[in-house]
Design a protein around this ligand. Structure first.
Ligand code: SAM
Length: 485
């Protein structure tokens, strides 16, 4: 075995990129934009849309906040900790703002939407507050701020999908890119703030998705991830909210495209590219989608399938739309239709009323599925959610943390077992770049989305597909050697 990862490494995978600033393209503009992103992949993708909108206004991005004319934080509200991180980051700008009073500071994304103009009262150095559906208004808002006023736009939209905005891929490795396909969420999970901060669910025109994907292919990208809070619920019927589908004309309904249809369209449009997607909600994942994944070699065998709890009672309290047995039945069908599929999860420990029995059911559900990896959290009460309004946050912090640690420890065991199953296999890896620890090694992913590290041999570059024989592993990484085809 190679060096052992820390217990939290698996759960923090995405947290490695929290607060990442978009890389510079200074030559493009006369004013400098510094933009940092927090939270889910959707936020990182939105920052690329914002950079694109502002590039047209003469803003080039910089990674050096000291020289920025405009500093934007694209924020996350999903847990209290995420909000505290942003607050701390904002206060770190105090000194800079004193030194450079002309520098403007804006807050985008979910915290902006949740707090609205209260943000301006609470954080005096903030000039600009913009919700996730209002980015097209940024040029007007910036003009207002330039005139010495504060500006807020937190209107949520029924239609906005930024379908025609071509995101600036300035922070990209040139190999993988996100493509947003839905916005908002209609699920109303009782713990979740997303429906309040990102509005109702709407899908993006598939033709604009295909155009973006083809453009990425033409620019040399090799992998796309179709993004949405609940991608399986994708439904294009000419525009508008998902909930209004029933009111659509018969013609619109007959020509509607669902997620399985979209997967088919994208897979056939760019057969040389790898296709991933995130996030799937169990109650919306159909067998039609599973068959689409199985049918197309270029759709990766990997599904992120958050479950949140293993107890049917807690799932009901969470309004998840499925119970434990239904989830098992889905896992069984998934394993049958796509035998070699990587599966990951999100889990919440200590939701209100969770008993030791419920927690044991979570552990036993994990034993049944044996996930490849997971993102695990303890419950954080979010203002205005159903759980905050109607339920008492009654599991004490010590218990929440202990249960979370048990969940993480079990996941570590499973990740290691899952990874060990790859040893001896030859797998196709898409090279993403130098490994974190050495420029003598490449890193890339297999179809199941596990990171693979292997020595550089021959004449290869990021974006190449290579065959690697897996020889060793840790809980988070596979190691191997390149072999000839
Ligand atoms: N749309 C996906 C879903 O519903 O499964 C992902 C939503 S969220 C952006 C990502 C994860 O954060 C959730 O799957 C959940 O595990 C976690 N999460 C959301 N609200 C939370 C809360 N109030 N406390 C702790 N974790 C939370």
């Amino acid at each position: 075995m190679k060096m052992k990862e820390t217990a939290t490494e698996a759960k923090l995978m995405d947290e490695n990129i929290q607060g990442t600033a978009l890389e510079g393209n200074e030559e493009r503009g006369d004013r400098k934009l510094y933009i940092e992103s927090y939270g889910c992949q959707m936020n990182f993708s939105d920052s690329e849309i914002v950079a694109s909108i502002l590039a047209k206004e003469g803003f080039g991005t910089t990674r050096n906040v000291e020289e920025a004319d405009l500093v934007l934080l694209n924020t996350c509200s999903i847990r209290d900790k995420a909000e505290q991180t942003v607050r701390k980051r904002l206060s770190s700008f105090n000194k800079l703002k004193q030194e450079r009073p002309d520098m403007k500071i804006g807050v985008l994304g979910c915290m902006a939407e949740r707090l609205k103009d209260k943000f301006l009262d609470e954080e005096k150095l903030v000039d600009l507050v913009v919700g996730p559906d209002a980015y097209r208004d940024l040029p007007n808002l910036i003009e207002k701020v330039d005139g010495g006023r504060k500006a807020v736009n937190v209107l949520l939209s029924k239609e906005e999908t930024y379908a025609d905005v071509s995101p600036v891929r300035i922070d990209s490795n040139g190999v993988s890119a996100f493509v947003s396909i839905t916005r908002g969420c209609d699920n109303m999970c009782t713990f979740c703030v997303v429906p309040f901060t990102r509005g109702r669910e709407r899908s993006r025109n598939p033709q604009t998705i295909l155009a973006e994907v083809r453009e990425l292919q033409a620019r040399g990208f090799k992998e796309i991830t179709l993004l949405g809070q609940n991608v399986d619920s994708y439904l294009w019927y000419g525009g508008g909210l998902k909930k209004d589908f029933e009111k659509a004309s018969e013609t619109a309904k007959a020509s509607a495209v669902n997620f399985a249809g979209l997967l088919d369209m994208v897979a056939l449009a760019v057969p040389e590219m790898r296709i991933r997607f995130s996030t799937s909600n169990p109650q919306d994942m159909t067998d039609e989608v599973l068959h689409a994944i199985a049918r197309h070699d270029n759709i990766c065998n990997y599904i992120h399938l958050p479950v949140q709890s293993g107890s049917s009672r807690i799932l009901k309290e969470m309004n998840r739309g499925h119970n434990r047995e239904e989830y098992f039945a889905l896992i069984d069908r998934l394993r049958k239709i796509i035998p070699d599929c990587g599966i990951s999860h999100d889990m919440i420990a200590g939701f209100p009323t969770e008993t030791e029995e419920d927690h044991k059911e979570t552990l036993s559900l994990m034993e049944y599925v044996r996930y490849d990896f997971g993102y695990m959290f303890y419950y954080s009460e979010r203002p205005n959610t159903f759980a905050a309004r109607k339920m008492e946050d009654d599991v004490d912090m010590e218990t929440k943390k202990r249960r979370l640690n048990e969940i993480i420890a079990l996941q570590q065991e499973h990740s290691l077992q899952r990874n060990q199953e790859h040893i001896g296999r030859v797998e196709e890896i898409l090279i993403e770049g130098d490994s974190k620890r050495s420029d003598q090694d490449w890193k890339g992913r297999n179809t199941q989305n596990t990171m693979v590290v292997f020595p550089k041999t021959g004449d290869h570059k990021p974006g190449d597909f290579v065959k690697v024989k897996i020889t060793d592993c840790t809980t988070a990484t596979l190691f191997g050697e390149m072999v000839q085809d």
